[in-house]
Structures are given as C-alpha cells and as structure tokens.
Design a binder for this molecule. Structure first.
Ligand code: KG4
Ligand code: ZN
Length: 347
C-alpha cells in the first residue's frame, strides 16, 4: 500500500489530503476562503495567494496527523500545477517541490480538471472503472464534457465557448441581488419556485470551436444577458413573490443545458455510464435531473460525493494514487501552467 499526499491551491481553496493506492481517503482538509472574497463578489488573486501562504503549512500538517501517518510514510507528493490562478498555483507547487526534495519522494503534477473528473471514483462509486464513461466537469471556472476510455485516457468532447456554468450562476445571483457564491444562493432562493415560469435560453451553440461538435458545446453568456433584460422589463422580479420563480427558472436553464449536452454525448459515444463532478454538482436540481436522465436511459451514473465536488486535495492525490498524472524529474523542473488546456487534444 502506498500513500500520496495531495496539495491543491489553484484558486481560492487551500487543501491537503492523503489517499492510498486502494483509493481510500485517509484525510481531506480544505480551507475555503469564501468569506475573504465575498465582500468583493469574486476571487481576488492577491488575497487568495497570500492566504494560501499563510494557511497551507498548517493544513498539510493536519492532513498528515488526521491520516495517522509520519512524514516517512508518505510515498509521493501530488500537486495541482495547471490550470488556475498563477499566483495561487505557485504556492502549492512551491510547497510540493520543497516536500518532494526534503522527503526524497516522487512529485506528480496533476491537471485540476482531470482531478475533478476522477473524483467521481472516490468513495462508494457505482461506476465500473473498466467501462467507458462520459463525464461532465462543471465548476466556477470550467464546463466541459469528457470521455474517459476504459484504458484511462481522457478525451475532451466539448466545452463552454464563454462563461462556465458556475460563473453563469454567480453572475445571475449578482444581478438578482443574492449573495456570493451564486450557485448556493440561487439554489436557496429558488426553493418552492416554478422552474418553467420564465423561458430563459438554454445555451444552444450554432457553431462551436473547430473540431468540436456544437451539440456538445455550451454558451452561457446569452442566459446572463436574458436575465439582465428580464430584470429591466420586470421591475418587481426581485420581490419576495417573484424571486423564487425567476431564480428557479434561471437555475433550470443552466441545469437543462448541462443535462441535455451530457445526454447528447452519451448518444454519440454509446458509453454505458455517465458521471458529473465539480462545484456545481452540489446542486440538488442538477443531481436529481441527472439521475432521472440516467434512469430513463438505463445507464449507471456516478456523481461526485458533495464533499469531493468543491475544490479539494483528495481528488488530486487520487489521480496520482491511481497511477495517472505526470511524474516530474528533476523535481525543481515543475512549472505552473495557469491557462493550460485540459491537457487533451480535441477529437
Ligand atoms: O469546483 P468549485 O468549488 O471551484 C472551481 O473550481 O471553480 O466550484 C465553484 C462553483 C461556483 O461557481 C459556485 O457558485 C458553484 O460552484 N456552486 C454551486 C453550488 N455550490 C457551489 N452551483 C449550484 N448549486 C450549488 N449548490
Ligand atoms: Zn475546481
């Protein structure tokens, strides 16, 4: 049995975790800075990296303590090195390099999207790792559809042309006068609302990036604009009586766009199982409608457990523990790639 220490600082969460080669999560510590950034309505890179410097050492120590391991029992270090905020990525990568050198252990560079993708296998997953999977990765920064072949090679099938789904929720919440982050705020405001009250656009794409099927790509900028015009034309839309319906309709537009594209990808690939991961997958309307779609098609569905949806380091360590990621030699040669693509070529 080997143990990987995972480190994640690509955005506004500083996290450390220990995962074994059998996929067991021994510890999973996350320090979320949401409260630090909330007054600004979004992530402030300078604040994020400074907080990472302050918090990461303690978080790493706590991950080790909770796992009940000594430094000598760590067999490798896994770290998110791409994509993300440069100044945030640098903190985790620098710490990981120092630990790998000091402990004389391998250093594995992990792509953040791949970590989200493979988080669907953490815990009690109904998925068969030996079968092809089509997965949706949806967060505040990313929205993409990926096919994971049985041999483990990920292939990007489609992605957003503009905003990410989480970003669309965050911006929509801002327009509605709700809090940050917007996803949970819209979900709360939508409680009891009629999701069909307002017909918001569902993110159709006429022509996609070259090499991608438009039916598997997303666009959320029109949705945000539609909400802006709706609010202009309906001055009482934010009233207590109307807000639940407007929020539920907006949330439903995002959910429909995601579920429909995932279903189109299943149609095209014939994959026997689907999965979804990333912060937006905490959304209950999305989880329920994905489950309905999977039941209707008679396929297996693996949703990342809520504790592994938001950014965390267990998913980073798990990539390395499963034998994926890129082992970097010499350790000092690892550089961050803030705007790295998902790392896989278009079809
Ligand atoms: O994966 P994540 O924690 O960080 C990124 O890598 O971006 O995702 C954060 C995003 C935010 O846009 C947030 O509004 C959204 O996930 N989110 C949700 C919910 N919880 C977080 N969206 C919808 N419903 C939720 N319950
Ligand atoms: Zn993320």
């Amino acid at each position: 049995m080997i143990h990987f220490l995972g480190i994640e600082t690509s955005c506004d969460e500083a996290a450390a975790a220990v995962v074994s080669s059998s996929g067991r999560v021994l510890s999973n510590i996350v320090y979320s800075q949401i409260a630090d950034h909330a007054p600004f309505g979004g992530v402030v890179p300078e604040i994020a990296s400074r907080a990472h410097v302050e918090w990461l050492p303690g978080i790493v120590r706590q991950a080790l303590t909770e796992a009940g391991l000594a430094w000598g029992e760590i067999d490798g270090i896994a770290v998110t090195s791409e994509p993300g905020l440069a100044s945030s990525l640098l903190v985790g990568v620098t710490a990981a390099k120092a630990l790998a050198l000091r402990l004389d252990r391998p250093l594995v560079a992990v792509n953040h999207i791949e970590a989200h993708l493979r988080s669907v296998f953490l815990g009690e997953s109904p998925l068969d790792p030996a079968a092809a999977t089509v997965a949706l990765v949806v967060s505040g920064g990313h929205t993409c559809l990926i096919e994971l072949a049985p041999d483990g090679a990920p292939r990007l099938l489609g992605q957003t042309l503009d905003d990410a789904a989480g970003e669309a929720l965050d911006k929509g919440a801002k327009l509605l006068g709700l809090g940050y982050p917007g996803g949970p705020a819209i979900e709360a405001a939508a409680g009891g609302g009629d999701p069909n009250r307002v017909a918001f656009p569902r993110g159709g794409v006429a022509s996609a990036i070259e090499g991608f099927d438009p039916a598997l790509c997303f666009s959320f900028s029109g949705l945000k604009t539609a909400l802006r015009y709706y609010l202009r034309d309906h001055p009482d839309a934010r009233d207590a009586l109307s807000l639940p319906h407007v929020a539920a309709s907006y949330e439903q537009a995002v959910v429909s766009a995601l579920v429909e594209r995932l279903e189109a990808a299943l149609e095209r690939t014939g994959a026997p199982q689907a999965a979804a991961a990333g912060g937006v997958v905490r959304n209950r309307r999305l989880r329920a409608q994905l489950a309905e779609m999977a039941a209707r098609r008679g396929i297996r569905l693996g949703l990342a457990a809520p504790e592994f949806c938001a950014d965390n380091a267990a998913m980073v360590a798990a990539v390395a523990a499963a034998g994926f990621g890129r082992t970097v030699r010499p350790v000092a040669g690892l550089e961050v790639r803030p705007s790295a693509p998902i790392g896989w070529d278009a079809p």
